[in-house]
Design a protein. Structure first.
Length: 321
């Protein structure tokens, strides 16, 4: 996934959320609707989240240092994880609290046309933001379902914006339903129930985001297709005859570490092996451009030892991948 696509979706979401947040606060002041207050805080939290994603992307572009020799690519994962925390605490927990207070102390909604008008405007604006995130995601999603895309994406920005925008749209519908029922029945409890539903929704989305970004923070391997491309590129059939075992790790969304033990012929000279390693690295980078850091260790592969599980080139308990 290109960083530019993620940035475009983030900026679109940020602009939409800032405008929506202002409109919701005005509607809350004129109507006293707790759903509008919860949605106002939700939009402010989303705006802050988009700011965090932009900051994380900027900091991740810093050059590697002796203290951080593999660079700062994972900062994008850290800031995405912070987004889930903000969404849970500022958005979800506040909405739960506000809904609880409104259910226990309901009061009628005043100037109903303010919250209804703002919610309709917010749904339209949020739909444009969601549409941008979908378009940018489709550029890299391929044949993956949306669930698979969110689970497998190595760049966190688009999945985060997609889930935030989806949560925002569903939350707006819930707020509109709560306000509508409160107006139809004259009972402000429905406004509080709508607010509680918004809080539960935000907490669920925050938990999903936290789980996905936690996996990225721990370190994920390359995808199956990329692993197969790397293996095929490493072998030339002349000097490099096979890959004994290999490990991959994402140092960032667009930076992959590859460490492999490769099989070479027993009668090759050191110079031949060195040239073969250089050529293999070049082929790997051509096949998988994000493979930026590559470590290849030559070894003699013994088929008999490998079959017996005693191959010195095979790590204990390793699966050869």
């Amino acid at each position: 996934m290109s960083a530019s696509g993620g940035t475009k979706a983030i900026v679109a979401a940020l602009v939409a959320n800032l405008a929506i947040a202002v409109a919701k606060f005005v509607a809350f002041l004129f109507s006293g609707s707790s759903s509008m207050l919860a949605e106002s805080v939700h939009s402010v939290a989303d705006s802050g989240n988009q700011g965090l994603l932009l900051l994380g992307g900027r900091r991740a572009r810093r050059e590697a240092t002796p203290e951080h020799p593999f660079g700062y690519g994972r900062e994008r994962y850290i800031y995405a994880f912070l987004v889930s925390i903000v969404l849970f605490t500022v958005g979800g927990m506040f909405a739960i609290y506000e809904g609880y207070e409104k259910v226990h102390d309901p009061h009628p909604i005043e100037n109903w046309y303010w919250p209804v008008g703002v919610l309709v405007f917010a749904i339209i604006a949020e739909s444009f933001s969601f549409r941008t995130a979908i378009q940018e995601s489709n550029r890299t999603r391929g044949d993956l379902s949306w669930g698979q895309f969110i689970r497998r994406a190595k760049a966190p920005e688009l999945p985060v914006v997609l889930l935030e925008d989806l949560g925002a749209l569903v939350g707006l519908v819930l707020a509109l339903a709560g306000v509508g029922l409160a107006l139809l029945t004259g009972d402000g409890v429905w406004d509080g129930i709508g607010t509680l539903c918004i809080g539960v929704l935000l907490i669920v989305i925050a938990i999903v985001l936290a789980a996905e970004t936690k996996s990225l923070l721990l370190g994920e391997a390359a995808g199956t297709d990329e692993v197969e491309k790397i293996k095929a590129a490493a072998v030339d059939g002349a000097t490099v005859t096979g890959v004994i075992h290999m490990r991959t790790l994402h140092l960032g969304p667009e930076e992959l570490l590859v460490a492999a033990k490769i099989a070479v012929r027993h009668d090759d000279t050191a110079a031949q092996v060195a040239d073969a390693i250089d050529a293999a690295e070049a082929r790997i980078r051509a096949a998988v451009p994000i493979a930026r850091v590559i470590y290849l260790e030559p070894d003699i592969h013994h088929a008999e030892s490998a079959a017996a599980g005693t191959d010195p080139g095979r790590p204990p308990g390793g699966d050869g991948h």
